[in-house]
Write a protein that binds this ligand. Structure first.
Ligand code: GLA
Length: 664
């Protein structure tokens, strides 16, 4: 029945196209400039798409040649035009706008490819173009095409990729073409649903400082009600057997080996759990949520509570997701006339005040903690934050105290406004504000994960741990495009020596689900395969995993991406190694991460956008030999025993993530 309806639909569509084509032939040829169409439906890697201007709003110029008309965009960019069979020809002059050719950085980084597709078929490609290359002429026959896609691909990096479709024009007959929403390939779910019997998830190791408040929630999937028990819990800690929350404090430093037990009507399981009382916290990468990629400055108390509640209600907590972090815009702004943001920015004793969107910070963290979650906050060491709110400059100790008093467990410390204090910082100046806050946090008597955010300046990975950082951003801000995500993620290759328990490279927060950096959200503009790549890569990299979408609005596909326990185990492995790139050829990258049990987690990534390719991992590259067992982690399925190598088809921009276990 379904097939019959589908074929009828196909018939109607193709009859429509034939009808349009036949009628078109007899009617007058007309032209429309691309810049006359509604461009708001385009997706673009950075900035706003522009009519008759470059993406930076300058006149369109390619290699010294000016163009009066056209569209200025930025890789990765896609624009879909509905032709319905009435098109004749698409023509344009394409190239990188001269506005990026002025700097050495721009010249070096800018590289794009212009692509024209008709109904998913590649009709024309420019080959890679760089800044200063003369404009290339495009003339494509688009007869009989239903949907035309104009795409600019930035390869694996979108820095400086300002791309112009100059003098772009569509010739057609009959009805004028119009733009439509860009259609993404349909999502497909690989993660099997969690079963009814208990399965313990989350980290197998947890660090706490002696005497500081201890708070850890044992997490497990499986039907509720569930009972928890812990054998060998050190003195000073108490478990709530109904919800798995362990609280208290441990006086004496040392390693405590415990066994966690979870039981429901379907069964009982146990797992080892090590508590390390010492000087290092964040022994595995933090996993949670952050408000920035979704709400940016539209964040408020209600939205934070909604994500926290959904973290529990959706079951994400049961997979080990525990942090709820507020990013910028919760504080006040000097000189603000806005009654919500308001002044004064601090109380009479110099302690920070939250703004009207966060009326009760302590109440908020109490709520977050009551759910078994931890709370995070953000500020800048400078006089102001990136968004212009008050920073910690000259109030560091008081701010640290206030954060501790409010009950925060995580601090993101974002350089931003500090560039007013140190505009051209040398290494000592780069380290200074972070060392200051490290000492202030220590004095609070609370374990607060310390997340350095300064975009990788001065090779922060080499000294982030020295200034007390538990993680450090290694790059600029991520956006939801392949060029941005892959550009950032795959560039972490050389940083593996610097990661380890308590010290993680941070390639920025996740861009899956709905993102938007403001009140209006859109589904992340990554294909399903690109999203599998994103999560697999971040897990292999042992990166902090911070969800950037409102959890209460999460769709089933995104949920499946974030609840695959075998994939998350790669991220949370107690050995804390970051994956290394071990092979790279024919557009396939092979990354391998050594796991505590002696196995390897291996990602085969296909950097090619248009075709599936074979990826191979050779045992010799991972120091294995003979027979090894291979398990597909996304599907949670054994693939069998393999000798010397494993080979798989990897979808375009996609990944095959496996665990390779040597035969005993
Ligand atoms: C910087 C950071 C972002 C975010 C914003 C807030 O851009 O890199 O992650 O925190 O500031 O303004």
């Amino acid at each position: 029945m379904r097939t019959a309806i589908l074929s009828a639909m196909v018939l109607v569509v193709s009859c429509g196209l034939v009808w349009a084509a036949e009628n078109a032939a007899s009617s007058e040829l007309q032209q429309v400039w691309l810049d006359e169409l509604d461009l708001s439906k385009a997706i673009i890697g950075w900035g706003q798409i522009q009519k008759n201007k470059s993406v930076d709003s300058k006149p369109l110029v390619i290699a010294g040649k000016s163009f009066a008309r056209g569209v200025g965009t930025h890789a990765d960019s896609r624009l879909d035009v509905k032709l319905g069979g009435i098109g004749e020809q698409f023509e344009a002059w394409v190239g990188i706008d001269d506005e990026v050719a002025g700097s050495d950085q721009g010249k070096a980084a800018a590289s794009v490819e212009f692509l024209v597709f008709g109904d998913g078929r590649l009709l024309w490609r420019s080959e890679v173009m760089r800044a200063g290359n003369p404009a290339k002429e495009v003339k494509v026959n688009i007869k009989g095409i239903d949907t035309l896609r104009l795409q600019v691909s930035g390869g694996n990096d979108i820095n400086y990729d300002h791309a112009d479709w100059a003098q772009a024009q569509i010739s057609y007959r009959l009805t004028a073409p119009h733009t439509i929403d860009v259609v993404m390939p349909a999502p497909y779910i690989l993660t099997p649903k969690a079963g009814p019997a208990p399965r313990i998830t989350g980290p197998k190791i947890f660090g706490v400082r002696p005497g500081n408040p201890f708070f850890f929630t044992v997490t497990a999937t499986g039907d509720r009600p569930m009972k928890f028990a812990v054998r060998g819990l050190p003195e000073g800690l108490i478990l709530n057997s109904d919800n798995g929350q362990i609280r208290g404090a441990v006086k004496n430093a040392g390693e405590y080996k415990t066994t966690v037990v979870a039981e429901n009507k379907h069964g009982k399981v146990e797992r080892e759990f090590k508590i390390v009382v010492g000087d290092t916290i964040s022994l595995t990468p933090p996993m949670g949520w952050n408000s920035w990629n979704c709400w940016a400055c539209a964040v408020d108390d209600e939205k934070v509570r909604a994500s926290a509640k959904a973290m529990v209600d959706s079951g994400l907590l049961n997979h080990g997701w525990t942090y709820i972090n507020i990013d910028d815009c919760w504080m006040r702004r000097e000189g603000s006339k806005d009654p919500v943001i308001g002044e004064p920015v601090r109380d009479k004793d110099g302690y920070l005040l939250s703004n009207g969107k966060f009326p009760d910070m302590k109440g908020l963290t109490d709520y977050i903690h009551s759910l078994g979650l931890r709370a995070g906050i953000y500020i800048s060491p400078g006089p102001n934050t990136c968004a212009g709110y008050i920073g910690s400059w000259e109030h560091e100790q008081k701010d640290a105290e206030r954060f501790a008093e409010w009950g925060f467990d995580y601090l993101k410390y974002d350089w931003c406004g500090y560039s007013r204090i140190a505009p051209n910082p040398n290494l000592d100046e780069l380290k200074k504000p972070y060392a200051v806050m490290r000492d202030c946090l220590k004095n609070t008597g609370r374990d607060i994960i310390y997340s350095l955010c300064q975009y990788g300046m001065g090779e922060v990975w080499k000294w982030g741990a020295e200034v007390g950082g538990n993680c450090w951003r290694t790059t600029g801000d991520i956006t939801d495009s392949w060029g941005s995500m892959a550009g950032i993620g795959f560039k972490q290759a050389e940083l593996y020596p610097y990661a380890g328990p308590g010290r993680w490279n941070d390639p920025d927060m996740l861009v899956v689900g709905k993102v938007g950096w403001g009140p209006n959200l859109h589904p992340a503009r990554l294909t399903p395969d690109e999203q599998y790549t994103h999560i697999s890569l971040w897990c292999l990299l042992s990166s902090p995993l911070l969800i950037g979408c409102p959890i209460e609005q999460m769709d089933e596909f995104t949920y499946s991406l974030l609840t695959n326990d075998e994939v998350l185990d790669v991220n949370q492995d107690p050995l804390g190694q970051q994956a290394r790139r071990i092979a790279q050829a024919n557009g396939i990258e092979v990354w391998s991460k050594a796991m505590e049990d002696g196995s390897r987690a291996v990602g085969l990534f296909n950097m090619n956008e248009f075709e599936a390719r074979k990826g191979t991992v050779s045992w010799k590259d991972i120091a294995f030999a003979g027979q090894c067992q291979v398990r597909d982690l996304w599907r949670q399925k054994d693939l069998g025993m393999f000798e010397n190598e494993f080979m798989a088809d990897v979808p375009p921009h996609g990944v095959v993530l496996v665990r390779i276990i040597p035969a005993k």
